[in-house]
Design a protein around this ligand. Sequence first.
Ligand code: HEC
Ligand code: HEC
Length: 367
Amino acid sequence: MMMSFSLLSGSSSAAARTRLAALIFLPLVLIGGALGLSACQGGEEGSEVSDRVSALFEPLPEEAPVPEDNPMTEARVDLGHKLYFEPKLSRSGTISCNTCHVVGAAGVDHRAVAIGEGAREGRRNSPTVYNAAFLESQFWDGRAATLEEQAKGPIQAHVEMDLTKEEAVSRLRETGYLPLFKKAFPKADTALMFDHIADAIAAFERTLMTPGAPFDRYLEGNEAALSTKQKAGLELFMNSGCAGCHRGPMLGGQGYANFSHAKGDGDVGRAEVTGDEADRYSFRIASLRNVEKTYPYFHDGSAKTLREAVSVMGESQLGRTFNEKEVERLVAFLESLTGEFPSVPYPKLPRRPASSPDADVASGAGP
Ligand code: HEC
Ligand code: HEC
């Protein structure tokens, strides 16, 4: 690898020698390209995806990792599907998870910041639920480790759904959910309890995956899956330093970085979780999967378009002002991260009168 590189640069002193060398060393150039010395040329020749690209990115897995204590049984996923759409889980009976994370709209609400119970404005933008199962941590500041833990937040949050655990459990009991919980949690002493609401929703969320994006097909060896412009965008994405943060199968979703660009909104981000001054204005490095569809951007929803978000990133994270062409290329590459969305039907929600009071019903978090 080093050898081919030094031979090539040595030959650049005279044009004629370069051309000769290019002929002689063409195979080496191609190998070099494959090894990541010049991934761009490699791409256009129809050769394999360069090692440099595959060292940074991975295709999105088709299936999410499933925790041992929350298996994705059919009954559990089904229940979670209903609960995800269940407006009774909010004080007014009008807001469900799907209000802010619309499964038919890339898992977002397209608002700058979320609006929840009592039309109260939250302070942050609703991130997508698609592929959230692959995130290393949940929320813009990473304050929840798992989907199970995450799902307990919004139901109780004043600005979101605003119920107590006890209210959530008794509402579901009154609505006729008990048999569904018994099916989904057959071994539990108490089937209908708060933690199980979160477990079932999390099991359902693990079905919200979008594999098969053009970039995934490219990573799997289909050169034609990306346009020339998108390949140029990928190059720029790697060379300018975006991939230093946005990498891996999610192009982000792990690790934190300072984003003091949004300082003005008073949101100190990760520092709220760790109490560490050094984390002031740090936020989780956003995943860029389906980013074309999840506008507006940033934790405060301050960038309306992907072009704007890309320019801001260049300035704030890399100290670099991209010209219009460069922004276009980067945006074209980011558009190749849009995967195939599953069709998620609106479920039939149980609306039966409650069965007789049952010992199986408990409130609170349970054991
Ligand atoms: C009122 C709007 C609203 C409702 C209702 C709501 N969410 Fe959210 N959701 C948000 C916002 C805003 C955030 C980001 C909050 C933060 O980072 O502090 C978020 C974050 C998340 C995340 C983390 C994703 C990531 O990228 O970190 C998941 C997963 C999620 N919500 C799922 C749910 C589920 C499941 C429900 C129903 C139980 C729900 N949400 C209800 C607005 C809402
Ligand atoms: C130093 C790490 C770092 C670098 C380098 C970086 N980003 Fe980011 N990126 C982040 C963080 C952190 C966020 C979340 C910001 C926030 O809190 O809103 C983010 C958010 C984004 C978003 C918005 C995602 C969303 O859903 O709101 C886009 C788009 C983006 N980055 C693209 C890029 C591009 C393109 C580059 C290269 C020009 C780049 N980033 C360079 C850390 C980085």
